[in-house]
Design a binder for this molecule. Sequence first.
Ligand SMILES: N[C@@H](CCC=O)C(=O)O
Length: 553
Amino acid sequence: MLNHFLTRASRISSLTKHNVLPAFNFSRSVHSIPLATVEAEEISGAKPAEVLNLVQGKWIGSSNWNTVVDPLNGEPFIKVAEVDEAGVQPFVDSLTSCPKHGLHNPFKAPERYLMYGDISAKAAHMLSLPKVSDFFVRLIQRVSPKSYQQAFAEVYVTQKFLENFCGDQVRFLARSFAVPGNHLGQQSHGFRWPYGPVAIITPFNFPLEIPVLQLMGALYMGNKPVLKVDSKVSIVMEQMLRLLHSCGLPVEDVDFINCDGKTMNKLLLEANPRMTLFTGSSRVAEKLAVDLKGRVKLEDAGFDWKILGPDVHQEDYTAWVCDQDAYACSGQKCSAQSLLFMHENWSKTSFISKLKELAERRKLADLTIGPVLTFTTESLLEHTKNLLEIPGSKLLFGGEPLEDHSIPQVYGAIKPTAVYVPLEEIVKDKNYDLVTKEIFGPFQVITDYKGSQLPIVLEILEKMHAHLTAAVVSNDPLFLQEVIGKSVNGTTYAGLRARTTGAPQNHWFGPAGDPRGAGIGTPEAIKLVWSCHREIIYDYGPVSKDWEIPPST
Ligand SMILES: N[C@@H](CCC=O)C(=O)O
């Protein structure tokens, strides 16, 4: 039984080995720390798991249980206690109990910066234990089906992120600076200031990485967050919060709510968080920006592109990166490659047939291809058909439903798909929106261009409305300079090994070209999203002895 993340024996031995025992109250850690309440493999229709809410330091249920179906067989397997509009008051009270100056700031409770360094150290250590990381990998796979390695990457990035903010690194995030003033006694100091009450809304595709990185960033800077994760996958974060509590996270510091969009909207309007971080679709992002009067940071959709430059090298490697970027996690990454521009020099190689072979290796059995949670099979095939009506378009591979599966009809199940559309057609107004519609699934558009057509490629990029990730695959510095200098994507990879996906915690990940754009992962992302600038100008005097009241001005 893995009712706890670790058995007593393995926990004792690993904690002793890593010398972290003094950090835990040992007898409590063995007997009463509320760790995992589910086992990833055992969740089933017969034995459904339950997901609770956390408010004012208490785990609470609800009279309203939303049932989540197993994305691989349609069995109702998770019951989520959903808060309805009548139930938001405790969440409103909890959030509004936090002042605008936050739970800590450089002038208030600075010891909490150190506490968060300790919590991060313990949580990073926990995630480094194979049993704990395997538990989260398998739990992620149950709700957001992806291969073991893809789910593991998510847990690993989360662990490394936490390692980056151990010890004094949280207080270093709040580093201030001072500038000498105009006269004796005057100095201006710039501080990173929290927003106080904040909200975090995260999607289904990275059930652990996105919420943990944003949540910890919010907490490090002194905010009190309410967290809402897509109910389809919120079980992962529910279990992670229990782990964080066992690592010393004060239970009142974070509230966790499961509810529908309408209820969340009501909570946001009534509790009035000073900042809301939203990761998800552009449609919801734009609505929130209006409802919350602009007090938002957004990491919205990406229609991410890759350009293969004129210099052809390493065909196998490039094909493999393209296969990973377009089809890993069944294309359900905000960073997934949606449009590939191939220089004509690449069209003359066997690049496309290599890409096709790699895409066709993917199989449901190991989840290298799997269910699409936001489009049905019919809508994915309909989109393919519509693109194929554009003159000169052709199906390169895929375009068919997956076979022999029990994925429920509410979800999509198609083979990795690529449609070729001629460059001159993409740029036409009547086709542009269709070709650049973001399909959150194993789907990409491929086109080619001649050297003289680079301006058309750049025009297509200029017309896009979201600028998240991009890749320029070339080692030609003049080509890179031209493309990078005339585009804006926030996370752009450049060079022979350029990719669009797989940003680890040490790359800034976020859109550019929008003042509301959020970042995730790095110290700069945390400071930008989760704190604002406050300047304190000290002006102690003295006032000079011969000072006299001057004429009015
Ligand atoms: N690290 C992930 C994105 C996480 C999203 O915020 C990627 O690069 O695809």
